[in-house]
Design a protein. Structure first.
Lengths: 172, 127
C-alpha cells in the first residue's frame, strides 16, 4: 500500500523541486536579457540528470524507491521464511529434545546461519523502514533532502543493528 | 445501478468509515510486532544459552508463553495484511487473485493455529 504510493510522491516532489533549485543556482533567474536566458537553457540542456521522468516506465532511481522496494522484499521474506522458521522452532520445542536437536542441527550449518542472519537483517530493515512509514504517516519527512537522507541512512542503521544483535548474542 | 436520483445512487456507496480499517490494523499489528519481537530478541540475549532445556524452561513460564502467543497472533495478522496488498498489486487476473488471497487466509490461520497450539502445549505442561 505505502510501498506503491510513497515513492511516486517522492518522485513528484523531486520533479517539482529540482528544476527550481537548478534555476536558482544559475546566476540569472530574474534577469531578462536574451543572452542570460539562452545561457540558462544551455545549462539545463547540459544537465544530464534531466528529464527525470520522461515517461511512465522510465525514471531515475532515487533512495526512496530503493527503500520502499526493500520494505516489501524484507516483509515478504519475513512472512514466508521467517514465520516458517519461527513455527519450526516453536513446534520443535513443543515436540521434545529430539525434534529440537534436529532444528538446532540445521540452524548450526552454514546455510542455517545464512538464513538466521538474513532473517535478523530483514527484521531490522523492515523495522527501520516501517518506523519511517510511521513518520511519513503523520505527514513529516517528505522534504526532498530529509527524505533522501533518511532513505539512504536507514539501511545502514539496519545493518548496524543486525551486527550489534549478533555481537551481543555470540559474545555474551 | 438503478435509476434513482443522484443522491440515491451515491448514498451508502460513499465512505462507510471502514476504508482505513486495513490500514489501521497494519499499523496496530506493526506496533505489536515491534514490542513482541524485541521481547523475543532480548530474551535470546538474556537466556544462558539456546539449548532445548534453556528454551523449554523459559517458554513454559506464563509471561514468555503469553508474549509468544501474542507474537504469533500479531505476526500472522500483520503478514496476512501485508501479503494481501502484495497479491492485490502483482496478481492481475481476478480468479488467480481470489485463489491467492484464499490460500493466504487458510495458510495464516493454519500457521497461527500450529504456533499457538505448540505454545499452549508447552505452557500447560504437555511437553
Amino acid at each position: 500500500m505505502n510501498g506503491a504510493i510513497e515513492p511516486a510522491a517522492a518522485q513528484a516532489k523531486s520533479l517539482a523541486l529540482e528544476p527550481a533549485k537548478d534555476l536558482a543556482k544559475g546566476d540569472c533567474i530574474s534577469a531578462s536579457s536574451a543572452e542570460n536566458t539562452r545561457g540558462n537553457f544551455a545549462k539545463m540542456a547540459r544537465a544530464s540528470k534531466r528529464p527525470l521522468s520522461p515517461h511512465l516506465s522510465i525514471w531515475r532511481w532515487g533512495p526512496a524507491m530503493f527503500i520502499s522496494i526493500l520494505h516489501r522484499v524484507t516483509g515478504s521474506g519475513l512472512a514466508f521464511v521467517g514465520l516458517g522458521v519461527l513455527l519450526w522452532w516453536l513446534g520443535a520445542t513443543a515436540s521434545g529434545p529430539e525434534a529440537y536437536a534436529t532444528f538446532q542441527g540445521q540452524a548450526d550449518t552454514w546455510y542455517g546461519k545464512v538464513v538466521l542472519v538474513g532473517l535478523s537483517w530483514a527484521f531490522f530493515e523492515h523495522l527501520c523502514t516501517g518506523l519511517r512509514h510511521f513518520v511519513l504517516d503523520i505527514g513529516a519527512g517528505y522534504e526532498l533532502e530529509s527524505n533522501n537522507r533518511w532513505s539512504a541512512l536507514l539501511p545502514i542503521v539496519a545493518l548496524v543493528l543486525t551486527a550489534g544483535f549478533w555481537a551481543i548474542l555470540l559474545l555474551r | 445501478m438503478g435509476n434513482g436520483t443522484s443522491i440515491g445512487r451515491v448514498r451508502a456507496l460513499g465512505s462507510a468509515h471502514h476504508g482505513a480499517h486495513h490500514w489501521l490494523q497494519q499499523r496496530f499489528t506493526a506496533i505489536g510486532n515491534l514490542v513482541l519481537v524485541l521481547y523475543l530478541l532480548v530474551s535470546f540475549m538474556l537466556l544462558p544459552g539456546l539449548s532445548y532445556t534453556n528454551v523449554h524452561d523459559w517458554l513454559v513460564h506464563p509471561l514468555p508463553a503469553t508474549a509468544m502467543a501474542l507474537l504469533v497472533i500479531s505476526l500472522f495478522w500483520h503478514a496476512r495484511l501485508g501479503l494481501q496488498i502484495v497479491m492485490e498489486d502483482y496478481v492481475h487476473e481476478a480468479g488467480t487473485k481470489f485463489a491467492c488471497i484464499a490460500a493466504l487466509n487458510l495458510a495464516v490461520f493454519a500457521g497461527a493455529g500450529f504456533g499457538l497450539f505448540s505454545i499452549i502445549r508447552l505452557a500447560l505442561g504437555g511437553a
